[in-house]
Design a protein around this ligand. Structure first.
Ligand code: ARG
Length: 570
């Protein structure tokens, strides 16, 4: 709801006696602006009022008197079309952005509430794959979104640092690894020996036996197993942290799966106590047939615990520690069943708070590979993005200084990094998260079309105008100047921003922001193609500078939410 739709709903409510909130839902924006700025279709209303829609529309229009934001009102069949007092609205919207500053779009809806957002959660001693990258990008954006809704956001990284694969890693390292190599290229070396385990162990039962043995030792606290494991963990975490730093992300907790070892015996006791656990072929499970799900396996025959068991423990522990209003898990679609089982088991354990949990799932990334081949090392992807972005900027950049290389080498590197990363992030976030994402280098780095660089470039254009403008930006301008359709379009979009954040939060959907940002950038480019900001009569320039300032603010806020840099030059 905005000031205009509110005024329309109030007016019709005054004439019909129906609730304005109810009426508000029917207000539309006509596809062709020549009809009006907003329209109210009378179909539904005509049934309640027992009149034909056309007659009803005509009767209501007869009562209209221009006032405040509403300038004019006409009928077209069953529709009532409204024209708005553009300057009044421009003033309301642009002043609000000007005076609220970076707070524009924020709300206190979540004040006093805490949300736990678990995301990224890679596995140690294994590659950080594109699924983890997606989780990282989406999770980070959700943190930004909920912060702007006033929530206390806690960022969790549920590291995959426990489980039978560590028996395999230790076995592999003992056989083929070396400490020197581990020093020299830590993660790569671990991955090398680990993939060798997979090649050589195909039909090699003894190797698997050895791996199970090492995991058992690890669970029992054997010093050698523990020390190797903790070295591997350290190496991986260091590497992940480097990456997060590059992405500008921090976590409040890295308590991974291994953290819950001491919690598990108590948990199993509690579960036995409730009678939930039943024995099935030597293992212990919670039957979930009644809910159309396979049984949840809690304890294996050899008493080893599982991924799911550790997740139950983590949820209990986190609720005790943080007393959350919501907790969300940003994890790919393939783990849907896992989370359904997890939430159901927690519910059956009698936890009222199980209703506060949500699995925020997402689809696959298709076609991401680097020159070095199909196995994607994230660093390679990023390096390649930066290199490619450098080339693109040189050829096509908006800012001539950047193009002809007058900007310092160091700044150019920063720009290329921000553009490369921005391209990857935007490509990921522009589609609804449950859909698969196509990854194609040439498309994501284009300056035209729905890309990250396109959006960043719109912000750069705003900055360029502001840099060249010699006067002061002020809120006391002649708003009557902002009367064109292109300007109204921008005002409308700017006014939507707070609701856009609200919707993104309600649906756990950063794509709502990405799509909005793209449309705002497109509208701004259309505006610039038809109107000049600088070099016009003074009152025109002043008003359009204020508009540009508003666009810049909102574009920058969107970029920041999505984890992209709001560049000033490129
Ligand atoms: N480490 C897991 C993986 O890479 C993701 C963890 C998801 N979070 C959770 N609480 N289970 O597949």
């Amino acid at each position: 709801m905005n000031e205009v739709t509110r005024a329309i709903a109030d007016f019709i409510s005054g004439e019909t006696g129906l609730s304005a909130d109810e009426l508000h839902r029917w207000i539309e924006v006509p596809r062709d602006p020549q009809w009006g700025d907003y329209a109210f279709p009378c179909f539904t209303l005509s049934r309640t009022m027992k009149k034909s829609p056309q007659n009803l529309a005509r009767e209501i229009v007869l009562k209209f008197k221009p006032a405040g934001l509403l300038a004019d009102c006409t009928t077209a069949g069953a529709y009532i079309n409204f024209r708005i007092q553009r300057e009044v609205w421009a003033e309301i919207v642009l002043q609000r952005i000007f005076f609220e500053g970076p707070g524009y779009g924020q709300s206190l809806e979540g004040a006093g509430k805490r949300i736990l957002i678990e995301f990224s959660s890679p596995n140690i001693a294994k590659p950080f794959h594109v699924g983890h990258l997606r989780s990282t990008i989406i999770g980070h954006a959700l943190c930004q979104i909920f912060e702007r809704r006033g929530y206390d956001v806690v960022r969790l990284n549920h590291l995959g640092d426990w489980g039978k694969q560590f028996g395999e890693v230790i076995t592999a390292f003992k056989r083929w690894g070396s400490l020197e190599q581990l020093e020299a290229k830590p993660l790569k070396h671990l991955l090398e020996v680990y993939s060798r385990f997979h090649q050589e162990s195909k039909d090699e039962e003894p190797l698997h036996e050895e791996a199970r043995g090492w995991f058992r030792k690890l669970e029992e606290g054997d010093p050698e197993a523990r020390s190797l494991w903790s070295r591997f963990r350290e190496i991986s975490v260091e590497e992940f942290k480097r990456l997060y730093k590059f992405l500008g992300i921090t976590f409040d907790s890295y308590e991974g799966e291994s953290f819950y070892q001491d919690w598990l015996p108590g948990l199993i006791e509690r579960m036995r106590g409730t009678g939930l656990l039943i024995e099935s072929q030597g293992a212990w499970v919670v039957p979930l047939e009644a809910y159309q799900m396979p049984p949840a396996l809690i304890l294996k025959t050899d008493e080893a615990t599982l991924y799911l068991t550790r997740d139950i423990a983590a949820a209990e522990y986190r609720f005790e520690k943080w007393d959350f209003a919501k907790m969300i898990y940003v994890v790919g679609v393939p783990q849907r069943l896992h989370f359904q089982q997890l939430f159901k088991v927690l519910e059956l354990m009698g936890y009222e708070w199980s209703k506060r949990l949500a699995h925020v799932d997402f689809g696959h990334v298709l076609g991401m590979s680097t020159r070095r081949g199909e196995v994607v090392f994230l660093q390679d992807v990023i390096d390649e993005a930066v290199q490619r972005a450098e080339r693109v900027i040189e050829e096509r950049g908006e800012d001539k200084e950047a193009r002809i290389g007058k900007i310092l080498e160091k700044e150019r590197k920063n720009i290329a990094r921000a553009v490369g990363l921005g391209a990857i992030i935007f490509n990921d976030l522009r589609t609804k998260r449950t859909k698969d994402v196509e990854f194609d280098w040439d498309r994501i780095l284009g300056f035209e079309g729905a890309t990250g660089p396109y959006c960043q470039n719109a912000h750069v254009r705003c900055c360029g105008i502001m840099r060249k403008y010699s006067g002061e930006v002020m809120a006391a301008v002649d708003y009557g100047v902002l009367a064109s359709d292109e300007e109204l379009d921008l005002i409308k979009r700017l006014r939507e921003f707070p609701e856009v954040i609200e919707r993104a939060a309600a649906e756990y959907e950063p794509s709502v922001i990405a799509v909005y940002m793209l449309e705002l950038a497109m509208s701004f480019n259309v505006f610039l193609a038809r109107h000049r900001v600088l070099g016009e009569e003074k009152r025109v320039t002043q008003a359009r500078v204020l508009l540009t300032h508003g666009v810049k603010r909102v574009l920058a806020a969107c970029l920041e939410i999505l984890g992209m840099e709001a560049l000033e030059r490129m």
